[in-house]
Every structure is written in C-alpha cells, then in structure tokens.
Design a binder for this molecule. Structure first.
Ligand code: SR1
Ligand code: MG
Length: 424
C-alpha cells in the first residue's frame, strides 16, 4: 500500500530540541540512562542532510535528518521521503548484511529522522584513502556485501511476486533517481550551469565530451538501463563517502538513493571511486613516488573486489537458486549449458559495471558534485593532470567497454593512463 506522507509537522531539528526528542522516545531514552547531560553537535558535511551526534558517558548515537532542500544549494528543493527509503533499505538488507550496517534505533515518520549507532572509531573511507591508509579487510567485506545485497533481492533468489512487492515499496524514490539521471547521465555531457571542472586546464576535454556523439549515445544507453532495469535493490550511491571503516570493519551508510536498478550501478560506483582515489594519489604526495606502494594496493583491491564478488555471487546462485528465474526444474544439477549461461551473465554484469564506473568518473570531474580526492589537491594544474588521466580512462570504459575482457584489463589500462605524459 502506498505510504502517505504529511509534511506539515516536519521541521528541521535544532540543537536545543534534541534532548526533548530523545526523551520523548522510550527506546532512545533508555540508551542514555540519564539525559540531563547530553552533549549535542551538528556534524553533517555531505550534500544533503543534517547529521547530529548526541552523547553522554553511557552512549553515543547519530541522528540523520533530511532537509527539504539541498544542504549545499538551498534553492534546490528535495523530497523528505528519501529518509523513508533509506530506512527501508536498511531493513530489507539487514537480514543478510546486518554486520555491515550501523545499528538502527528509530525512524521518526514526522521528522523523517533516522537515529542510529554512532560508529566509532570508524571514519569515512574516502578520508582514510586520501591519507593513504590501507584497509586490509575491506575487499573481503565489501565483496560479500555486494554479492549478498544484489543476489538476495534479485530474480535468482526471490519469487516473481515477492520481488515485485519489493519493487513497489521502492518505486517512488523517483526524485532521488532523477538527480542521478541528470547529474550522472545528462548534465556533464551538455552545457549546464551546475557543471564545474578544473579550469582552464580541462576546458578542451570538457568541449570534447560535449561534442562526442558516440560517447553521448553510449551514456544515453546507460541512462536507459539505469531507468528501466530492475535487477536488484541497490544502494544507489555506493561511493567511498558512503562507507565507514576501521582496519577490521566495514559499514555501509547513506542509502537514500536506493532503488531497484541494474546491479552494475552499485559495483561500478565503488570501483569508480577507488579508481579516482588511485589517480588522485600523485596529487597528495609530499615526496615524488611516496604513494607508489599505496597505488599498487588500490589496484589490487579493485581486482580482489571484482574477483571475490563474482565468486561469492556465483556460489549463492549455485546454493540458493530459489528464484523464478532459470527454474530449477528445467536444468540438471551440473548442466553444461547453465555453466556457460552463468559465465555469460557475469560477463554482461562485468561490462555493465565497467561502463557505469566510467560514467561515475566523468560526473565527478565535469559535473555538479565533485570528490574531495581530487578537490583537496590545491595545485590546480596537478589536480587537472590527475583528473585528465582518470577521464581518459573513463571515456574508454564508456566507449570501448568490450576492450575490457577481464578485471586485469582495467588494472592494466589504469596503470598505463597513470604513467602517460599529459600536456595541459
Ligand atoms: C544533488 S546531490 C549531489 C550528489 O550527492 C550525493 O552523494 C549523490 O552522489 C548526488 O548525486
Ligand atoms: Mg550520501
């Protein structure tokens, strides 16, 4: 049944209202034992929401509240409904990947807030990568996360009816999808006031992108895929700013862009962001070459993530193929045709991942919302140099996707691009 949202009682919370909010909720109140001495601060630094930390000596929690406009551009209206979808994403997937989410304590239907565990000592992964920190357990955790979230919400596992019910729960997150449709697949390829790039060094490349009809066809095909495919319940914005880490633990946050869409979009988002961090490393070096080992590690984890994801996904398909797709009754246990078919399925998913990753890179260099991986490189010529190499790779990923026969080809081409001489 469609949920009715009433906006009239909603208001953005103020610091001095948080204590009352906590005490009005039994389950939140009990987390603190005593609420007289709560320390409260607003720490949001993303594009969209208010984020509060509330703590005392007994506990610390995090409250996220959507604003009815874009935090970083107040005249851009945004639906409040997004936090409902975020909450439902956590609920749906926590059956399979609870270890990789913060604990969720409360969803408030009026204020649209989600109250959750404050993750500590976790940090936003992007910050750690910029510093050059290695997260050894990350590829194992995130490949499991991707395999489980994508498989368990697909037709390979669910009956057609239960999948359709799930689709209907998330189908109206259209405004957030529209942001993605515009910001990733349209705006960077056209002249748009929201676009930004490192001027003047990337002016020529930006024009080239606008004039490249073949590229625009490829990205439009991808946009169509994004709009029409309903393969699995996606996070929808799985970049390294939506992941919090310690050396031993990985937690995924911020799934407000969730929707039923093509699997390669989530995997591609992650790979794109790791690749951008790879190309940004030279810009963060204090001494030439000091990040070489780190760059090697980044490429290794990109490879491991794909290889492990593929293995884990196929294993789930083998052991839990309860869905209505590829009915068991049609195939013998070790059917050769099915082995070939699964290879083909993974090949298509790989190509889809490569092309979505390419689009994700282009949007962060020529579109509205950029990455601090590049933005924090103060010298604009050095930054443009890093961005240029990343965009060259991204264009190949979009236009010549079939060049990439395996993940090794992506790693090889990333290295070649990183070592190319650039004259800007
Ligand atoms: C208008 S919101 C800009 C971007 O921030 C989010 O992280 C999403 O990636 C979105 O595209
Ligand atoms: Mg976010």
């Amino acid at each position: 049944m469609a949920i009715k949202f009433t906006t009239n009682k909603y208001k953005p919370l103020k610091l001095n209202e948080l204590r009352n909010f906590i005490t009005s909720k039994k389950n939140l109140n009990k987390l603190f034992k005593n609420t007289s001495n709560l320390d409260v601060k607003e720490v949001g630094d993303g594009n969209l929401n208010l984020v509060f930390f509330i703590e005392n000596k007994h506990n610390s929690i995090c409250l996220k509240q959507p604003l009815p406009y874009l935090r970083v551009l107040k005249d851009w209206p945004l639906t409040l409904k997004r936090s409902y979808y975020e909450y439902e994403y956590f609920k749906t997937h926590s059956k399979y990947v609870q270890d990789h989410f913060p604990e969720i304590y409360d969803y408030d239907e009026v204020l649209r807030s989600i109250t959750m565990q404050k993750l500590s000592p976790h940090i936003i992964m992007r910050h750690g990568l910029i510093k050059g920190t290695k997260y050894k357990s990350f590829s194992k955790s995130i490949s499991t996360y991707l395999a489980k979230t994508l498989f368990y919400t697909s037709d390979l596992y669910l009956s057609a009816a239960s999948k359709k019910n799930l689709i209907s729960k998330f189908i109206s997150n259209t405004e957030l999808c529209k942001i993605t449709e515009d910001l990733i697949f349209t705006d960077p390829y056209s002249v748009n006031k929201n676009n930004r790039w490192t001027k003047p060094y990337l002016n020529k490349m930006k024009k080239k992108i606008e004039n490249d009809e073949k590229l625009k066809i490829f990205v439009s095909r991808l946009k169509l895929k994004f709009m029409k495919n309903t393969d699995a319940l996606l996070h929808g914005d799985l970049h390294t700013g939506s992941i919090m880490v310690t050396k031993k633990d990985t937690k995924v946050i911020d799934p407000e862009f969730t929707f039923y869409g093509p699997m390669g979009f989530d995997i591609g988002a992650l790979i794109a962001n790791l690749l951008m961090n790879y190309f940004s490393q030279t810009g963060h070096e204090k001494k030439l070459g000091e990040r070489n080992q780190y760059k090697k590690w980044l490429l290794e984890i990109i490879k491991t993530i794909w290889v492990e994801f593929e293995k884990k996904f196929l294993k789930l398909w083998e052991s839990e193929n309860h869905g209505d797709a590829y009915p068991k009754v049609l195939f013998k246990n070790s059917s050769k045709k099915m082995i070939v078919e699964k290879k083909e399925y993974m090949r298509n998913l790989f190509e889809e991942t490569i092309s979505f990753a390419g689009a994700k890179i282009i949007r962060r260099i020529y579109g509205f919302a950029h990455n601090i991986d590049f933005e924090w490189i103060e010298n604009t010529k050095i930054r443009a140099n890093c961005e240029y190499k990343a965009s060259k790779l991204a264009i190949t990923m979009l236009k010549n996707t079939d060049y990439f026969k395996s993940i090794n080809d992506l790693i090889k081409l990333a290295k070649i691009n990183e070592n190319m001489k650039v004259k800007l």
